[in-house]
Design a protein around this ligand. Structure first.
Ligand code: F6R
Length: 242
């Protein structure tokens, strides 16, 4: 794991965008793995700027989202399907039909999860995956206790994740309790990973991910088993690293 400690969110965004730009420019048709949540937003804004001002093109790219809430109506403002369009993909030249996510409205969530996992493989796998991390160490929605080999599946969100995400909803009761999430085994198959985090409430999760034992207790630690991971954190998120 390479850890880059940055002075502020703008510098972090440039570091993450540099990784994206290298992969997108070098790899021809490329498969991107996209995260939602607040952590990647600054990097997405920097990539949108590079698209508009520097001609960075995503015309040959396709994308798979990490996860989706179960049970939100299609088009709900907090669905990840909508979030990624509003915050990234509708502002660049990626074909909207190739921005894929698990269907949180599927009648059979387990079958949908298996179908989604297969479709990533059929696309040739993910070339570059961007990740955030939960304050409890979750990666995608692989909560503590998730198998390090897990595949895309329905998952129950923990109280801590529901509390963290309540800020996006009218009330805590409105946060879905179930999601479809790529598994830790699925995420680890990406050929390259860049993870970004800011703020003190991520410090413990970052320290456990980078320096702790590899353990389902801190799902991020599974990334220690991956050969090509860049971690971009500000000083607060890196403050518990030794
Ligand atoms: C988002 C995702 C989550 C978030 C994590 C951090 O697709 O899978 O693992 O990356 O919950 O969220 P933020 O960035 O909002 O702190």
């Amino acid at each position: 794991m390479e850890v880059i400690i940055v002075a502020d969110a703008a510098e972090g965004a440039r570091e993450v965008a540099d990784v994206f730009e290298r992969v997108v420019r070098d790899a021809g048709p490329v498969v991107l793995g996209l995260a939602t949540g607040s952590s990647p937003i600054a990097a997405y804004q920097e990539l949108i700027r590079r698209h508009r001002e520097e001609g960075l093109s995503f015309a040959d790219a396709r994308a798979f989202l990490l996860d989706e809430y179960v049970g939100l109506p299609a088009g709900h403002e907090q669905s990840y399907h909508r979030f990624i369009r509003e915050n990234f993909t509708s502002h660049i030249d990626m074909d909207d039909a190739l921005v894929l996510s698990p269907d949180g409205g599927a009648a059979d969530p387990a079958a949908e999860a298996a179908r989604y996992d297969r479709s990533i493989g059929e696309a040739g796998g993910v070339d570059l995956q961007i990740l955030g991390i939960g304050s409890n160490g979750h990666i995608a929605f692989n909560e503590p206790g998730s198998s390090l080999a897990s595949r895309t599946r329905p998952v129950v969100l923990t109280e801590s994740t529901i509390a963290d995400n309540a800020r996006f909803f009218a009330s805590r009761e409105d946060v879905p309790q179930l999601a479809l999430s790529q598994g830790l085994g699925t995420v680890r198959e990406a050929r390259e990973i860049v993870l970004t985090a800011t703020g003190e409430n991520k410090a413990r999760a970052i320290a456990q991910m980078v320096e702790g034992p590899v353990s389902a207790r801190w799902p991020g630690s599974a990334l220690q088993l991956h050969p090509k991971v860049t971690v971009v954190v500000d000083e607060a998120a890196g403050s518990e690293l030794e």
